[in-house]
Design a protein around this ligand. Structure first.
Ligand code: ADP
Ligand code: MG
Length: 398
């Protein structure tokens, strides 16, 4: 991977950059601008080098259709505020509007194309279709490509993978920083290395455990995935989130951990409620005595304490996935306790995952309370799984 400083003199050049500006919105209001802020250092470096910058990014899942609710307008506005300079947004991705804006750029200017996922070819499985679109991106007058959208580097998509192969390229500062931290988590980990997993994408996240059982000392399981583990241990889980077809996988992991002398720590108590509702009456029950008509929405207080103790005594911690439905105050305690413990780690603490990052900010923690807050959940998990990430593999070696 090259750095932007390896790209030579960028003054007067047009730089095409893939950023990850996929921020959570409430209407047209950004509820967490973390990913936009994380994109600023690279953009500033490019402007200071005298380049004109064309930003490619996506928002949500418009699935190849132009849908105004997925417009990048809020992101363009916020980016402009953070850069202290207007960021013009084209009304299309690679059409007349984008071409005109790109042609009119002066050194130091920053423009954005509309949501790349408005184009059906962006996420196409057909390589020829993607390459055709990638050629249109490059055809906006780009001299070089910079890959800085860490949250999408695990995707083989036109603006991530194919376009990188068409132009001289480099990794942006954000991608470099993310990869450096992930390297530390796979090669130079200081023991005890504790991994905390939670959230709701159960089957996606179970896959990473295979590799983590080799690298980590202890796995701590909370969030929606804990119920599939409880079931694997023979407990009933009421109406909780459960992936029945993954119970066997969880059984195997528990057996494998035993064999390797690793620990998989599950909660001993759970906060349950009859409904998935903010004001549903919440009670604490033992994890092996969950009532049939209740669902688990957070880890219990005893478990939160136990998890926090394990985390605090670690020298390396990776955390992905909230411990409970933190969006509702009654079920946010587990996530808060775990976040608090991470801030006390003597060593490297990493938070990964879109919702996990939003959770720590929503709960009032500052970014620099942690060693690193990753902008990419899926990407960091796939890296830790040991998979090759297409968006990194496509970048030139030197
Ligand atoms: P991340 O984005 O950090 O990778 P996920 O997307 O996998 O995390 O999961 C985040 C979501 O998981 C949150 O919206 C949270 O409400 C939900 N969640 C956590 N615990 C539970 C639970 N016990 N039942 C249902 N949903 C849960
Ligand atoms: Mg998420």
């Amino acid at each position: 991977m090259k750095s932007i400083s390896d790209l030579g003199n960028l003054s007067g050049k047009k730089v095409l950059i893939r950023c990850d500006l996929n921020v959570p919105l409430d209407g047209d209001k950004i509820t967490d601008d973390g990913r936009i802020r994380a994109s600023v250092p690279t953009l500033n470096a490019l402007r200071e080098a005298g380049a004109a910058v064309i930003v490619l990014a996506h928002l949500g899942r418009p699935k190849g259709q132009v849908k105004p609710e997925f417009s990048l307008a809020p992101a363009a506005k916020r980016l402009g505020e953070l850069l202290g300079q207007d960021v013009q947004l084209a009304t299309d991705v690679v059409g007349e509007s984008a071409q005109q804006l790109a042609a009119g750029l002066s050194d130091g200017d920053v423009m954005m194309c509309e949501n790349v996922r408005y184009e059906p070819a962006e996420e196409s499985k057909d390589e020829a279709e993607r390459v055709e679109l990638a050629n249109k991106y490059a055809g906006l007058g780009a001299d070089v490509f910079v890959s800085d959208g860490f949250g999408v580097v695990h995707r083989k998509q036109a603006s991530v993978y194919d376009v990188a192969k068409l132009l001289p390229n480099a990794a942006g500062k954000l991608v470099e920083k993310e990869v450096e931290v992930l390297k530390q988590l796979t090669t130079e980990t200081k023991s005890p290395y504790v991994v905390v997993l939670g959230g709701s994408k159960v089957s996606d996240k179970l896959k990473v455990i295979d590799n983590l059982l080799k690298t980590a000392d202890t796995l701590v399981i909370g969030g929606g995935m804990l119920f599939t583990f409880l079931k694997a241990k023979g407990h009933e889980v009421g109406t909780s989130l459960l992936e029945e077809d993954q119970v066997e996988t969880c059984k195997n992991y528990l057996a494998e951990a035993d064999k390797l002398g690793k620990e998989i720590i599950l909660p001993t108590d759970v906060v349950v409620a009859p409904e998935f509702k903010a004001d549903a009456p919440a009670t604490v029950v033992a994890a092996d005595e969950m009532p049939a008509d209740q669902m688990g929405l957070d880890i219990g207080p005893e478990s939160a304490q136990a998890f926090a103790n394990v985390i605090r005594s670690a020298h390396t911690v990776f955390w992905n996935g909230p411990m409970g439905v933190f969006e509702m105050a009654a079920f946010a305690n587990g996530t808060r306790e775990v976040a608090e413990a991470l801030t006390k780690v003597d060593g490297l603490s990493v938070v990964g995952g879109g919702d996990s990052a939003s959770a720590v900010r929503a709960l009032g923690f500052a970014d620099d309370d942690f060693g690193h807050i990753s902008t990419g959940g899926g990407a960091s998990l796939e890296y830790l799984e040991g998979k090759e990430l297409p968006g990194l593999a496509a970048l030139a070696d030197n």
